[in-house]
Design a protein around this ligand. Structure first.
Ligand SMILES: NC(=O)c1ccc[n+]([C@@H]2O[C@H](COP(=O)([O-])OP(=O)(O)OC[C@H]3O[C@@H](n4cnc5c(N)ncnc54)[C@H](OP(=O)(O)O)[C@@H]3O)[C@@H](O)[C@H]2O)c1
Length: 331
């Protein structure tokens, strides 16, 4: 089968790999679509912990179960599924175990024609989604769900700012917050993406590349935001903190721009501001996220899917931030 592997640091390539065989407790899934995450690009660049050469990349996939390795997998044979990318979250819902892994490094992932996964990693593909849309959902949907609801504790009517709304996780955070009845504002480096978010129901948007955008944002939100969801980190995080109202929360699940130099600790303790990290989500949240997407009939914002042979093009688009939302390949 064809598979996209990390050939050497900084080098990914499509190679021929033996088709895996399902072991006891596993099923063989014939993948039809796979979604990209920034994680895949970090791995390509060698900027991810625990990188191993030869591993098939990709955390998100949708396809059909074609064989079971043992009887518990039999009821799944023939079903259209998506795959929970968590491996070994463990028994504590608050934090993943020390053995926690994510599909696609160091465990073989979804950028391949076939994958073997444990039966308990399967979920039925939401009926309202195409296979390509479903492949966009798992990692981004899970991360956004935990950040917005479990960690962000978003309530209807609150003012929330989704930073970098064009991101694959961020567009889910945007849609989840809208569906939950919040007043949603966005930032982006692209006016086109802001305009699109406003068309979809955002109250307004700000270009984070413009000087002083955060002052305009705080004014527009009449005193500041209750919640901010961010993955950029870096020095702009200080501007984000500036736009929070007293007792506001900033939940971050990434640090694309690195570590901020001047976190305003005095202001934060005086104003009871919470800075909260979040990563992926536990298995219960994965199920809840799918139910939420089904109940609200949400569809990922994504680019036109590309053929698997054009996967490098998809990686490059992600690196340059050209996409709005998710990038998906058809296998
Ligand atoms: N902890 C976790 O569980 C977890 C899970 C998923 C992702 N992540 C991390 O979160 C980050 C985003 O992941 P992704 O897959 O959503 O990536 P992505 O689809 O490539 O999105 C990245 C987005 O970041 C935004 N951005 C760039 N510079 C920014 C700035 N100065 N201020 C605000 N936003 C900015 C851009 O938004 P615009 O296009 O709108 O300008 C861009 O689209 C990555 O660092 C990733 O590793 C962590």
């Amino acid at each position: 089968m064809k598979a996209l592997v990390l050939a050497s640091p900084g080098q990914i390539s499509v190679i021929d790999k033996p088709q895996p065989e399902p072991k006891r407790g596993e099923v063989l899934v014939h993948l039809k679509s796979a979604g990209l995450n920034h994680r895949d690009q970090w791995i390509r660049e060698g900027k991810y912990p625990g990188i191993q050469e030869g591993v098939t990349l990709g955390s998100d996939g949708a396809g059909q179960v074609i064989r079971a390795g043992s009887p518990e997998g039999e009821p799944w044979v023939g079903r259209e599924v998506i795959i929970n990318p968590n491996v070994g979250w463990g028994g504590n819902p608050a934090v993943q175990s020390a053995d926690y892994k994510i599909l696609g490094m160091p465990v073989d992932g979804t950028f391949a024609e076939y994958i073997c996964v444990s039966v308990d990693r399967l979920a039925d593909k939401p009926a309202h989604l195409s296979t390509a849309q479903a492949a966009a959902l798992p990692l981004g949907g899970l991360t956004a769900f935990r950040a917005v609801f479990t960690k962000g504790e978003l309530k209807a009517g609150e003012k929330v700012l989704i930073s970098g709304v064009g991101g694959g996780v961020a567009q889910f955070a945007f849609q989840f917050a809208m569906a939950a009845g919040a007043e949603v504002w966005v930032t982006s480096g692209s006016q086109e993406k802001i305009d699109y978010a406003v068309k979809l129901g955002a109250k307004g948007g700000f270009n984070y590349k413009e000087e002083g955008w955060h002052k305009a944002a705080k004014k527009a939100a009449e005193g500041g935001f209750d919640l901010i969801i961010d993955s950029a980190g870096g020095n702009p995080m200080v501007q984000l903190i500036d736009t929070l109202r007293p007792a506001g929360r900033l939940v971050y699940y990434g640090a694309t721009l690195g570590v901020p130099a001047n976190i305003p600790l005095h202001k934060m303790f005086w104003q009871q501001i919470r800075l909260q990290g979040s990563t992926m989500g536990n298995d219960e949240e994965f199920q809840e996220m799918i139910r939420f997407v089904e109940n609200h009939q949400l569809e990922p914002i994504m680019e036109e899917p590309l053929p698997f042979d054009s996967i490098m093009e998809a990686f490059d688009a992600m690196k340059e931030g050209r996409q709005f939302g998710k990038l998906v390949v058809l296998i």
